[in-house]
Design a protein around this ligand. Structure first.
Ligand code: PLP
Length: 409
């Protein structure tokens, strides 16, 4: 019996059946330990925006580690690669003049934003603004903060009462529910509302037309901070020339949480981006925010992010995401006619879900897909995830849809 404890797994089943061992990745393909090839439908866990096997990123990281692996970003310490990266991320941010704090991943970014929301209101003399509102189907990582904000009941169960008591949830697609909650609980008690522009791990649910700007306006009208969790949608996946969904939908969030596509997963890194009015009290002098992570702003990860951005810009991958939005919709929409499929959610950014009619079929479907040469997984309740690297060609998308059709017919 092996010693490795997988995340999100029935370890009894993994022990009985063995691990699925990926040994190599190249472009939009990965290979297992028997040499079988798979189209990577999910870009790992939504992160490999530039595809696998980019020697250029490996070289940039090696050069950085050989010069300075990491030191510290606490107090006045920093590193030159990180300073350059912060300028680059700030320039991508939808709100000019934003400040960027780097973290070790998405869950760190969410914790940072939620803590900053409450810390910000304390600075404003309104410490009673404590409640953070999230949505059904939401996934905000698995730290204690993200667990308390989760809109996926199985991810919250088994721990007793909420770790973080000051949270509230509303239905994911009903802007009026936010207004109702604010009226019931009182804006004077609410610090922030957090939402994924496109719900990812909860099963790929696209926002109803007008929903995002409506909740944004409600937040603004009631002095509730708006946190856009762009861990999945950030750094190009949403297309149309925008680095963030917040840019595409003109949301001007108070904070953005991000990770994944920041380095395309070559090394762990996240970023919490704060609009200038949120950062201002902490930059004015005399105020400390006693928060940070040892590996937040790791120099090696920063080098990976810089090389990753070079590739995204050079290869025009923001435009490729726009193409993929159309390609995925064209290739996958017909799968809705299969008996095994309830619906296909597609047509916004480089993400799609093939929703199984019976979510209980998901484990078997994932194995059939694997036999057909597709690496994917079920998100939410039986939603097969399709979120390829932004370098997947139209032909490869069509081939992916053929393999899905074969496996699900
Ligand atoms: N927020 C969202 C929207 C995510 O999809 C994820 C991970 O999938 C996270 C936060 C947590 O990120 P991480 O797993 O890097 O901690």
């Amino acid at each position: 019996m092996g010693s490795l404890w997988h995340g999100f797994a029935d370890m009894g089943a993994v022990t009985d059946n063995g691990s699925f061992v990926i040994t190599r990745g190249e472009g939009v393909r990965v290979y297992d330990d028997a040499g079988n090839e798979y189209l990577d439908a999910t870009a790992g866990l939504w992160f490999t925006n530039v595809g696998h096997g980019r020697q250029e990123i490996a070289d940039a990281v090696a050069a950085q580690l050989g010069t300075l692996a990491h030191y510290s970003n606490f107090g006045d310490y920093s590193n030159d690669t990180l300073i350059a990266l912060a300028e680059r991320v700030a320039a991508m941010a939808p709100v000019p003049g934003s400040k960027v704090m780097f973290t070790s991943g998405g869950s760190d970014s969410v914790d940072s934003a939620v803590k900053l929301a409450r810390r910000y209101w304390t600075e404003q003399g309104r410490p009673e603004k404590r409640i953070v509102v999230s949505r059904s189907k939401a996934y905000h990582g698995m730290h204690i903060g993200g667990t308390a904000l989760s809109g996926l009941p199985p991810n919250r169960e088994g721990y007793g009462p909420d770790f973080v008591p000051d949270t509230q949830r509303i239905e994911w697609d009903d802007a009026k529910a936010l207004l109702g909650l604010i009226e019931r609980v009182g804006a004077e008690n609410i610090a922030a509302f957090i939402a994924e522009p496109i719900i990812g791990a909860g099963g790929v649910y696209l926002p109803p037309e007008g929903y995002l700007s409506e909740v944004r306006d409600i937040c603004r009208d009631h002095d509730v901070l708006f946190i856009a969790d762009e861990v999945v949608t950030g750094y190009g996946r949403i297309g149309h020339g925008h680095w963030f969904a917040s840019g595409r939908f003109d949301l001007a969030p108070d904070m953005i949480t991000s990770a994944k596509g920041l380095t395309s997963g070559y090394l762990p890194m996240g970023a919490m981006i704060a609009a200038p009015h949120i950062a201002e009290p902490f930059f004015a002098g005399g105020v400390w925010w006693r928060h940070g992570y040892t590996y937040g702003g790791h120099a090696g990860s920063a080098a990976a992010a810089m090389a990753n951005f070079d590739i995204i810009e050079r290869e025009g991958l923001l435009d490729e995401a726009t193409r993929l939005e159309g390609d995925l919709q064209a290739a996958f929409s017909p799968l809705a006619d299969l008996d095994a499929v309830a619906e296909v959610r597609t047509g916004l950014g480089a993400v799609t879900a093939v929703q199984l009619a019976d979510p209980a079929d998901a484990p078997a479907a994932v194995l059939r897909l694997r036999k057909a040469g597709v690496a994917t997984r079920a998100a939410g309740a039986g939603a097969l995830q399709v979120s390829p690297a932004l370098v997947m060609t139209t032909d490869e998308v069509n081939e992916l849809a053929v393999r899905f059709t074969e496996a699900l017919s």
